[in-house]
Design a protein around this ligand. Sequence first.
Ligand code: AMP
Length: 278
Amino acid sequence: MRTTSSLAELRELRASMRGIFGLVPTMGALHAGHASLVKRAQSECEHVGVSIFVNPAQFGAGEDFSNYPRPVQNDLALLESLGVDVVWTPAVESMYPPGFQTWITVEELAEPLEGKCRPGHFRGVATVVAKLFNAFTPDKGYFGQKDAQQVAVLRRMVRDLGFPVEIVVCATMREKDGLAISSRNAYLSPTERQAATVLYRALVAAKDKYDGGERNAEALRAIMRAIVRSEPLAYEQYVSAADPETLCELQKIDNPVLLSLAVRIGKARLIDNFLLGP
Ligand code: AMP
């Protein structure tokens, strides 16, 4: 495995690799979710690259940018054990040099849900992923369904700007009790960790209703809301039953539906979703 923080060296390494190249963008603090993306990429690509970059542009003021975990040595050991070809760890100053002023804004898709709670978040995400695509020139980019709105925004960006990259979406990896694995779960105390299953419980309850034939989207939002509100340590940010492509809230469900929610528990802001339907 080759590791570099230099763009020039990354480009040289990349140029020496023939065949399908897959990129897994990450912010580090790697866990089984990231590993599943790497393994999926390895099953479909000749070479796999991983970026580790805690992107300041996607954190709002008062968010956890400075506290975000950065266990770089552990991350590199994990990627080495997985057999990744190349890891890029660029510095903030090289990604955003003095005078930086070019941003990618995906408009409507970035507005609701996470976009409303985290203004500017998707501008940061789209811009950094465009820079990562330019640096690695991957054939495929691997992303988690856990960040469903991110997937919708990046698919739109790739179509609109003509990046020759296929976006591959990978299933959400979960703990035994259903909690979606996340680097931010480390912020939870043991009691908060127990309360954090509320996201999964809310999604399962809504899915049960859906499986029983419920097609009124408000009924599904209501059951998720009720379960979140029954958990004293959880503060609801939003619950949603939306069209997975447009992210518009649905009334009646006749196509796939994206159930999603964001909840604050202690210092952690947690998100999760289920994609249901044909
Ligand atoms: P992050 O390091 O949080 O930016 O995540 C890097 C990538 O891993 C993103 O595409 C995430 O959607 C994906 N990811 C994060 N958590 C999980 C998970 N539990 N299961 C699958 N993919 C995940």
